[in-house]
Write a protein that binds this ligand. Sequence first.
Ligand SMILES: [Zn+2]
Length: 465
Amino acid sequence: MGIVREFAAKAIDARLALREGEHGITRRAMERQLAMVAWARSGSPFYRRLYRGLPADITTLQDVPPVTKPALMAEFDDWVTDGAVLRDDLRTWLADPATIGQMFRGKYLAYTTSGTTGEPAVLLEDEASLAAAYASRVRMVPGFLSGELIREYLRRRGAVATLLATGGPYGGIAMVEWAWRINPALRGMRVYSVNDPLPDLVAALNAQQPVVLAGYTSALELLADEAVAGRLRITPLAVGTLAEGYSPHGKALLERAWGVPIVDTYACSEMPVMAIGCVHGRLHHQVDWVTLEPVDHAYRPVPDGEASYTVLVTNHFNRVQPIVRYDLGDSITVDPAPCPCGSPLPVIRVEGRSRDLLLLRDAGGAMVRILPLAISSVAEEAAGVHRVQLVQTGPSAVLIRLEAERGADHALVGADIERRLGGYLTRIGLGNVRLQVSPDPPVLSGSGKFRGVYREIGAVEMATV
Ligand SMILES: [Zn+2]
């Protein structure tokens, strides 16, 4: 099936499922997750081995064991269901910037995770999965797509601004490049790098006048400050946040800056859309496309209303690289109360996604803002790092906590991270910032969630006085 027909079929089914209500949605979820288990077992040597010893007829998803990113990445060539896809070929192919947004072997969109999650993963998506990700947008239509937005979208020639991590074959930019190629009408969409200097970004946005503004929450918060200060003069009719969720004051800041609805999306590289925000500011789990199982540290189910330790994700559509009960690491809470918007899709809250902006003071006393994505990606380039946590502990002080990969030396990895961060900070005028490598591993939040970049309570206040 071509991508356009695939998209149309998914979009129609998405609306139909909503009309059928909870029963229709649950039925689809059950059928699809079991079909994916059967597919993974027959098509992926990795899953075949993992499920060896299980009954031939698996009747519930919970009968199969969870999987982790390191286990899947270690057996990449056996994980994928297309024997012609080999990791080394894929890595070579991805190393060429010209391939971003192209289909690997004409069939799969390929990308790597950006430096936000610790260990970069190589991911592939087939057309069915891509179509589902785009079709998910039809569910946003009733709340957000006003006549005014459509008129302005046409008048401003489809001007949409997206702030993403660029400079590598990352998921967000790969999907945009792919969308540009299959639909030239989307050419009005522009991508800006979250690492661009702020004045350049402000000037470019003032020139573009986007009708929709989307991007990492921390990057949008920087722009909101510019809008409140009167330097950024744009009038978007919708603002979409990606990947990071809201920091406690983030949503209010964005609303104050532009006075329009803020649409949140819960997504990750392994699963482009897991939950979509509604006009009431809640996230609705897209149950029929992805299964999310909130579980505790021993992978036991966690009841509604309680924050999970992690979440197991099952992608119902992506057949080339099956994701079945994949330990994502996020803490989610299922809210049993119905949402005033009337959607039959359950409401979830996601914790620990928010990463803080760092507010560091330079030698002259001026405050410099650092995007969490920018600084964490520098640290994660160090050799032998499994995951790293950067904590602002004072006006000009950052603590580095890390876990080294198995076999790597903690002190050597720490020294490499310190050297890279020192170089980066010096280049942006923050050579005065004191870096310290902690002998302790990263600290998890109360709900067990890993946060890559944050400010210690008090560090901001010290920095702002
Ligand atoms: Zn709702």
